[in-house]
Design a protein. Structure first.
Length: 380
């Protein structure tokens, strides 16, 4: 039995950050939250937080790359491990390696690499996010529209091939028949709308077919207008769906994010990074579809000037929620942990600090700089 006791720092619970609370972890699971001294004779390693905050580890459902690696360019278990290590430095303890629109062979390689990474116990990997290729050319962003296609039922079955983890699929609902969306959902996929030129009615039909969320709200989708609410209007109008948001000060204006926070029920906005290889690496450039993409002043664009993912890490996203949006720290942390876990349907095992859940934890100082992260009780 491995026993760890975290103490001497505020701990995030459902009531907010609580001082003088100890977290007892046995064999990778949280078994007790208690005040005061432990009973006599109880051993284990004491982990003194030294006043640092302890929160649930962050969960990022959109991670294209990190540590100098782009998943599309290296769809291997080793690349997934490198990406995971890079993001763990910034508090991410669970993630979906994300494949940008690509050909069938690369998709198959990415799915198999994710299956192998999970089987090998690569820390943090929860499944795969296939961002395309069932997207709309009108809202392609930096995706290569030549790789887009309209899926049939066979495509749906092939896409949902991962049998030991989660599959998230981003698609344009106007490009995918409702029965195909339904087939994906029936086979266990989590489906989001994104990179879409859909009308409100088309988006609503997609929601009725099983779409659960929206990929990087406001970006690469039809905006909300007075007589045509578009995809954004459908997202904000729907109380049951989740919306991923990139809070980097570049992708979406803070005022728009505050409007979304006011419109959606609490817990329905989740932080994502849409991170590219420069996160956790020194090189600000990488190759996508044979083109050099570069981050300038923290903003990632292709040669045409389109946003091409981000250089954002999850700890910075949490800080930005506090400083740009005025959110309380506990709520910003939940947007990076509890709410993504609920979106993915894994909140029974992670996303909170509570007995019975996996000890995926992050400690950070008063400047919101990550000091340490643990996955199943193991330090990085």
């Amino acid at each position: 039995m491995t026993l760890h006791i975290f103490h001497n720092g505020p701990v995030l619970t459902e009531r907010g950050f609580e001082p003088d609370l100890g977290v007892v972890v046995e064999d990778g699971l949280i078994v007790e939250l208690r005040r005061g001294a432990l009973p006599p004779g109880r051993g284990g390693e004491r982990i003194d937080l030294g006043g640092r905050h302890l929160a649930p580890g962050f969960i990022d459902v959109q991670v294209n790359g990190g540590g100098g690696v782009l998943f599309n360019n290296a769809p291997t278990p080793e690349a997934i491990a490198t990406i995971g290590r890079a993001h763990r430095r910034f508090g991410t303890t669970g993630f979906l390696p994300t494949l940008i629109s690509d050909g069938r062979a690369v998709m198959r390689q990415a799915i198999e690499a994710t299956r192998a990474a999970i089987a090998q116990g690569v820390p943090g990997v929860l499944g795969i996010h296939l961002e395309g290729p069932f997207l709309a050319a009108e809202r392609k962003g930096t995706h290569d529209a030549a790789r887009f296609r309209v899926p049939d039922l066979d495509d749906a079955i092939e896409t949902i091939a991962l049998d030991n983890g989660l599959t998230l699929v981003t698609l344009a609902p106007e490009r995918v028949a409702p029965e195909v969306i339904g087939a994906m959902v029936a086979r266990g996929a989590i489906v989001c709308a994104g990179h879409t030129a859909a009308s409100f009615a088309q988006t609503r039909a997609g929601l009725d077919a099983g779409i659960r969320g929206f990929t990087h709200l406001f970006n690469a989708m039809t905006p909300m207008q007075g007589r045509e609410p578009g995809v954004v209007g459908a997202a904000l109008d729907d109380a049951d769906s989740w919306c991923g948001v990139i809070v980097d000060g570049a992708h979406v204006h803070p005022a728009s994010l505050r409007v979304a926070l006011a419109a959606k029920p609490r817990g329905k906005l989740i932080l994502v990074t849409d991170a590219m290889p420069m996160v956790g690496a020194d090189d600000p450039s990488f190759q996508l579809y044979g083109e050099t993409i570069t981050a300038v002043d923290g903003v990632v664009r292709n040669a045409a000037g389109a946003l091409a993912g981000s250089a954002l890490d999850m700890a910075s996203a949490v800080r930005n929620c506090v400083h740009l949006l005025g959110l309380p720290l506990d709520e910003a942390c939940r947007m990076a942990s509890q709410y993504p876990a609920q979106f993915l349907g894994i909140d029974h095992s992670c996303g909170r600090i509570a007995p019975g859940l996996r000890a995926d934890l992050v400690a950070f100082d008063h400047a919101l700089r990550v000091q340490q992260a643990w996955i199943a009780g193991r330090a990085d």
